[in-house]
Design a protein around this ligand. Structure first.
Ligand SMILES: CC(C)(COP(=O)(O)OP(=O)(O)OC[C@H]1O[C@@H](n2cnc3c(N)ncnc32)[C@H](O)[C@@H]1OP(=O)(O)O)[C@@H](O)C(=O)NCCC(=O)NCCS
Length: 180
């Protein structure tokens, strides 16, 4: 068995054939990762106490930590983690039991807490903290700790969101084929 992709309670991550999981990343348990997504060195994706779903063409950059919340007295259903398609998750991000919808960029070093929703087409500036349960409006730049709405994204930034996702698909293809 590939030790960096391993089961928890007999549940093995389901990873699309075209996804790239770096050998120095760890993916555990109830995790689904879609086509052309990529997971870079030193990322931990731990689907033990709840589930983690990652869409297509999404990149999770180096050192990020993805985890979930179990069902218990403080939250009856717990919280799963959902990340959509074409999402860029920068270096050293913590995504904890939250939702990040399609075509978002989560800036380096950001933290998104339980039950928060980063709606489609958002940029979260580097080093931001999204408070538990907060819903960020799609199409806006948010910054700071706690993250505050700054302004609507301009066209260049909107274009960058899909560019970044495509760039990472191409980069992971280079990594997959680099030994050929
Ligand atoms: C926020 C961001 C998108 C720049 O937006 P911008 O509107 O062009 O911002 P500017 O550079 O013009 O700066 C405007 C103000 O915001 C501040 N600012 C910029 N980025 C900030 C951040 N992440 N957190 C807090 N303040 C920030 C600037 O210092 C400046 O403040 P001032 O007006 O007091 O001087 C960029 O700084 C950022 O954080 N990008 C994320 C990149 C990233 O993590 N990518 C991950 C993939 S590698």
């Amino acid at each position: 068995m590939n030790q960096n992709i391993r089961p928890y309670k007999k549940q093995l991550p389901k990873i699309a054939d075209t996804a790239y999981i770096d050998p120095a990343a760890v993916v555990i348990g109830d995790v689904v990762i879609g086509a052309d997504s990529s997971v870079w060195p030193m990322v931990a994706i731990r689907g033990d106490a709840n589930s983690i779903r990652i869409g297509e063409r999404t990149n999770i950059q180096d050192g990020s930590v993805l985890h979930v919340t179990h069902a218990g007295p403080l939250s009856p259903d717990g919280f799963a983690l959902h990340i959509g398609s074409d999402v860029t998750v920068g270096h050293k991000v913590v995504l904890h039991a939250c939702t990040v919808e399609d075509l978002c960029l989560v800036g380096m070093g950001s933290v998104v807490l339980d039950g928060a929703v980063v709606s489609s087409g958002c940029i979260l500036g580097a080093g931001s903290v999204v408070s538990p349960g907060k819903v960020l409006e799609g199409g806006y730049l948010y910054l700071g700790a706690p993250a505050r709405k700054i302004r609507e994204l301009n066209q260049k930034e909107i274009d960058f969101l899909s560019y970044s996702a495509k760039h990472y698909v191409s980069l992971k293809n280079d990594y997959i084929h680099c030994d050929e």
